[in-house]
Write a protein that binds this ligand. Structure first.
Ligand code: CP3
Length: 336
């Protein structure tokens, strides 16, 4: 995986899955039960390390991703974060013009347990498995901080950014600084590379995409590399579509994640010609299985082989995905 991120072509691509530690695994559900709440799991170094290892043990993926969540950053910025069972995240108070200054200081000490988990994972991971850290990109994290919850269209953050760009910029600046500090701490504790998740980047029109997706990503890449020279960074601006070409032209990442809507020919000709790509199987093919799954895997292998790429899903695996289909996918990717 690290060789591929450095631009080497592999005969069999490295493979991992977004959300590979998660509810589709019975061993995850058991550990999750033991931990109590989802955040208790994130903040219990031993248990977080255990669930990070679970998909590696079961499937032998080429990369392990730190078990945590992008919303631990708002927690360390002073918001109260909780996960209501079956309802998703809740954050309070919501960020607005009156209180934005309260969220300007990132307290890395509040994430000591995460950094401790990084150390445990590094120590316990087989050396051939690449260890990925991550954080949410500022835009995506801001959408939750401003809405206080997940929304289908991120209207609260988009509206605030249009109406009061000065307030929104303050929040984004705080998130850029927090992300740099947090990713550098992850590197120092042992991760080999990091992924920046911009799950909601693709919902923005071009000018806003430049300002709230491209510019912060560039600052984070430069900021991290000024402290960790040569730091390997993967960006995942989900839904970027053709805007991805502008993104890779301006942000010097080592790889970009492609979501499952990405046109494979466009990706091969306009993106993979400039940077390593990662993706992009539709997670629903792991529900469907069978020949539909095989065809989806083959199309990706055909499109991206001959140049460096990382096999992954186009977004996270869903809780109802059968394990047998993950095994089928892996076998097909590895030609076993
Ligand atoms: O990929 C991995 O296996 C590593 C762990 C990881 C989680 N969340 C664990 C998690 C990572 C990298 C994330 C990133 C994340 N979290 C993103 C960006 C990537 C994406 O999937 O879009 C976002 C937007 C979040 C915020 C978040 N966390 C939401 C909206 C939810 C609720 C929806 C859901 O899927 O349950 C979570 C909870 C969450 N994060 C779970 C897991 C395994 C499920 C919680 C549980 O076990 O009860």
């Amino acid at each position: 995986m690290l060789d591929v991120l450095s631009g080497k072509t592999a005969t069999v691509p490295p493979v991992w899955m977004m959300r590979q530690a998660g509810r589709y695994l019975p061993e995850y559900r058991a550990t999750r039960e033991q931990a109590g709440s989802f955040l208790d799991l994130c903040f219990s170094p031993k248990l977080a390390a255990e669930v990070t290892f679970q998909p590696i043990r079961r499937f032998g993926f080429d990369a392990a991703i730190l078990f945590s969540d992008i919303l631990v950053v708002p927690h360390a910025l002073g918001q109260t974060v909780s996960f209501a069972a079956g309802e998703g995240p809740r954050l309070a108070p919501v960020v607005n013009a009156e209180n934005v200054d309260r969220f300007g200081t990132f307290d890395l000490g509040k994430l000591d347990a995460v950094i401790e988990a990084v150390g445990l994972i590094k120590a316990g991971l087989p050396p051939e498995v690449t260890f990925l850290g991550f954080c949410g990109a500022p835009w995506t994290v801001a959408t939750y901080m401003v809405a206080g919850e997940g929304t289908p269209d991120q209207a609260p953050a988009r509206t605030l950014a249009y109406r009061d760009p000065a307030t929104f910029q303050k929040l984004m600046d705080a998130l850029v600084e927090a992300s740099i500090t947090y990713l550098v701490a992850q590197f120092r504790a042992g991760v080999d590379a990091v992924q920046l998740f911009d799950t909601w980047g693709g919902i923005l029109p071009p000018l806003e995409f430049d300002r709230w997706v491209i510019a912060p990503a560039k600052k984070i890449v430069d900021g991290v590399r000024s402290q960790v020279p040569g730091a390997k960074i993967i960006a995942f601006p989900r839904g970027a579509g053709t805007q991805l070409e502008r993104f890779v032209g301006e942000v010097p990442v080592d790889a970009v994640g492609l979501d499952w809507t990405m046109d494979l020919k466009f990706a091969r000709e306009r993106i993979q010609s400039k940077v390593v790509v990662q993706g992009n199987l539709d997670p629903l093919l792991l529900i469907a299985g069978g020949e539909a799954l095989d065809r989806g895997v083959d199309a990706i292998l055909e499109a991206f082989s001959g140049r460096p790429f990382v096999f992954n899903l186009g977004h996270g695996i869903t809780p109802d995905a059968p394990i047998a289909n993950v095994e089928r996918m892996l076998k097909r990717v590895r030609g076993a």
